[in-house]
Design a protein around this ligand. Structure first.
Ligand code: CMP
Length: 216
């Protein structure tokens, strides 16, 4: 850690071991957190099933919405890897935002990005057939994928894909097998390799047409 991070940690820092529930959805809260190290799961309970919205790592922040909106916590936060967090109270938060345009702009960008991700999720949920939902999510992940020889690598497996789009793992594996057989994707160390993202998008269009007009 550099000198700045150490100084910030001395002032605002706290250590949270793995397994700590920092807050629960619905709690009243007025602190936000910046992750210096470790990982935090943000999750929501949907019909009594805990669904992970996102896993956040170093540099990310969470818990700002309750301060901005003055509403209960919109989701729960649990430590999934020992964490060092900066705990920022409402006064410090306001001073930070008012006094530093760079921090404010960074925050707006991240909030806009979060909204865009939420829109993508809504779009995905509106697709009715499972094939389309898996392919749609893969094309979305590809925009953030890593270019490697032979295509674009997305760091995901059937299990994490299933959790993200709310389908059963077996169903997702079934769709992935079809994509493998059609040579649109390949298993790769660390994830799934998409040979040609444009072809995958074309395949999605084809699935949408099929959904619209049925098999003729
Ligand atoms: P808050 O509502 O205070 O508490 C829960 C926090 O989870 C929330 O602030 C955000 O910081 C974070 N959060 C909620 N929804 C999402 C999301 N879809 N993506 C990333 N972070 C989220």
């Amino acid at each position: 850690m550099n000198g700045d991070s150490e100084r910030l940690f001395e002032r605002f820092g706290r250590e949270f071991p793995v397994g700590t529930a920092i807050f629960k959805e619905g709690d009243v809260g007025n602190e936000m957190y910046v992750i210096q190290s470790g990982k935090i799961n943000i999750s929501k309970s949907v019909r009594n099933v805990e669904k992970v919205l996102v896993t956040l790592g170093p540099g990310a922040f969470f818990g700002e919405m309750a301060i901005i909106n003055q509403k209960p916590r919109s989701a729960s936060a649990v430590v999934v890897e020992d964490a060092r967090l900066l705990v920022i109270g409402p006064k410090t938060f306001e001073t930070m935002i008012r006094g530093n345009a760079e921090i404010a702009v960074r925050m707006i960008k991240i909030l806009a990005q979060r909204l865009q991700e939420a829109d993508e999720q809504i779009e995905n949920l509106m697709l009715r057939d499972h094939n389309s939902r898996v392919v749609h999510f893969l094309t979305h992940l590809a925009t953030k994928g890593q270019q490697v020889p032979g295509g674009t690598l997305v760091e995901v497996d059937a299990g994490s894909l299933a959790r993200k789009i709310g389908l059963k793992s077996a169903k997702v594996s079934e769709v992935l097998t079809k994509l493998l057989n059609a040579k649109l994707i390949r298993q790769h160390e660390g994830g799934i390799l998409i040979h040609d993202v444009n072809r995958l998008r074309e395949f999605l269009e084809f699935l949408e047409m099929k959904e619209k007009f049925g098999d003729i």
